[in-house]
Design a protein around this ligand. Sequence first.
Ligand code: T4K
Length: 396
Amino acid sequence: MTQIKPFEKPIYISRPPLPDRTAVYRKIDEIWDSQWLTNVGAQHLQFEKKLKAYLDASNISLFCNGTLALQLACQALRLSGEVITTPFTFAATPHVLYWNRIAPVFCDIDPETYNLDPNLIENMITPNTTAILPVHVFGYPCDTQGIREIADRYGLRVIYDAAHAFGVEVSGEKIGNFGDLSMFSFHATKIYHTLEGGALTFKDESLRERLEFAKNFGFKNEENIVVPGINAKMNEFQAAIGLLMLDLVGEEIEKRKHLTMVYRDRLNEIPGIYFRTERPKVKHNYYNFIITVDENKFGISRDELYNALKQYNIYTRRYFYPLCSQFQCYRNYPSSAAENLPVAEKISKSILTLPLYGSLEEEDIHKISDVIALHAKRNTYAFNLRSTCVSHQDRM
Ligand code: T4K
């Protein structure tokens, strides 16, 4: 078998883009001079205004992370009973329901988008259902129209978990403008980040006051504590990084787009490796690069490929495996039964997130693709070598 040398340093699925150090030092000076570190200081106010414009949102509220933002969004909308959501997501999505004493009801997903299948939502609605919580998973937008039609028909609220979807647009509309409310995560692993952080965008102005109380211990003023709120405020350092990162996110998306095209070009010819391409009318953010592995056609299973890549210092992730419906805390829910979620079960067992971030070199993508090709049943490596791998061969 042809030899490929492992990467000298580990290659992770993601690395955060970072602003220039001197710009960060200038921001630290501003914060130090103000001696105002949190509780809605100058950076927070400035960031909120700029982000609102960037997201073209009617209303916005900033948070210390996306999970608490989503948790308080459920409270602001007065959700209770049951909420229909996807099992193919990060743990935070059903957990926020659980923390609100709401039962997550898992609905199967669409095999193309990996998002909630609107045609199946209706079957999951009961008299206790108060909302739908879809996720724009990996930044691919949900069928927002289909979801809205069902929600309208049954008088349900819609909260979008848009943790992955910063910068995405559908038919020219910014992704945060669908449903009653959308949550963005600004965790370090996201395409746009504030170290940790999150935001809610929403149409109904009256939600703003509820959210402000909820994230600041319920304080209306020094003497009036109107709800048993929590501390979910974004601090000045997070807001300052957010301001600097807004100038960089466009470039980061462009770099990831270019690297995505290289992956697609290289992996296209490998049997049993599948990936998704652009959706009509969508401006994508190229947040990450996802493949599915068909063991019969490729030759080895997804898990074998995941382990094989590790030998080359390539650390992929199996987002989202296991499904949330398989977590110990949810697996006994009636909707968690595998027969209820055939598409999600299948995708979860074959999915793999490959490394993708702006500072990754095009050559790195070629080498990762070479390693994948090397493990294919019908070895495409010799073919690839003629076109793109010669430089790796030279370096070996
Ligand atoms: N809804 C959805 C759909 C979500 O995906 C998430 C979060 C949320 C809600 C909640 O939002 P937040 O409350 O987090 O704002 C990561 C993130 O911690 C999590 O934010 C994210 N989703 C999830 C998909 O991924 P882990 O535990 O898998 O990440 P971790 O620490 O293994 O990092 C992945 C790779 O990134 C590492 O191998 C190396 C690299 N990395 C990571 C960090 C933290 C860096 O290079 N630098 C870093 O600082 O959860």
